[in-house]
Design a binder for this molecule. Structure first.
Ligand code: URA
Length: 260
């Protein structure tokens, strides 16, 4: 018998935001959004109990299947990060973009489109409404810019919680300028800053920093309580089971799943 806990869904104002959201006339395919996969809203506690707010960029193919953000390679890395801070459940993760992106240079300029920004700011407002969030970490530039835009709003100006800007979890692209060790150095700085500004994690524990690469224990599985009911355990404990199809001309569409 499987008795894994599962996420029974958003509550209150978060639920209202999942009922009423911008469609593909706002997140347009022609602007580089993978609107065919639908909106993917959050991961964690969308019920007012979260104490740590995590902001990412946009959902990819794994997230399109699990229907929770940050659940693939980037998500496992972020899960290890929040667990190092002692957060095992009372976190809320949201992305700068509600829909996935297939062309960054086309989609990223839409970060501040009025409808996109207004909806995102409603998520920020919902996150802070309960008054429990004590720290915010933004991963990557769009997340940071989204946070800055929110901070410039009337509600955002009244928010005084600690914020730290970190590199995106997959900033260490194979051909890119940022190495794995540089990413983890950046995350070590983030961990120390956040750790010093968090009073009530789920578990109080000494901070253990990263070395020059992720250790297996630093890539924990996504907790079942973050996923909808019934998702098989391999969706939480392995990476790369979903990939985007490279069918020419079909870059907005197909996902291939290989069960490990
Ligand atoms: N998946 C997400 O949901 N967000 C990111 O930033 C990266 C991967």
């Amino acid at each position: 018998m499987i008795t894994d806990p599962f996420d029974s869904g958003p509550k209150g104002v978060f639920k209202a935001l999942c009922r009423n959201y911008p469609d593909d006339t706002v997140f347009r395919g022609a602007d580089g959004f993978r609107s065919l996969w639908g909106p993917i809203f959050y991961r964690g506690r969308a019920d007012g109990s979260a104490r740590l707010l995590v902001v990412g960029q946009d959902p990819a193919q794994t997230e399109a299947v699990t229907r929770r953000i940050l659940s693939g390679q980037a998500g496992r890395r972020v899960q290890g990060f929040v667990e190092k801070l002692g957060f095992t459940r009372r976190y809320l993760m949201m992305n700068a973009f509600l829909y996935g992106i297939f062309n960054q240079s086309m989609a990223l300029p839409h970060l501040h489109d009025p409808d996109i920004e207004a909806y995102r700011n409603q998520w920020f407002e919902a996150a802070f409404a309960a008054g429990r969030i004590e720290a915010v970490v933004t991963f990557g530039n769009p997340a940071f810019e989204a946070w800055q835009s929110f901070r410039a709003t009337p509600v955002g100006q009244s928010v005084t919680v600690f914020h730290h800007r970190a590199l995106h979890p997959t900033a260490d692209k194979p051909q890119g300028p940022i190495t794995r060790a540089e990413l983890l150095d950046n995350w070590n700085v983030a961990l120390q800053a956040l750790h010093a500004n968090i009073a009530k994690p789920d578990v109080v524990k000494p901070l253990v920093l990263y070395g020059s690469d992720f250790l297996p224990g630093e890539l924990p599985e996504i907790p079942s309580r973050d996923f909808p009911m019934g998702l098989p355990s391999w969706t939480r404990s392995t990476d790369f089971w979903a990939s985007m199809s490279s069918t020419p001309g079909n870059e907005r569409a197909n996902i291939s799943i290989v069960v490990p």
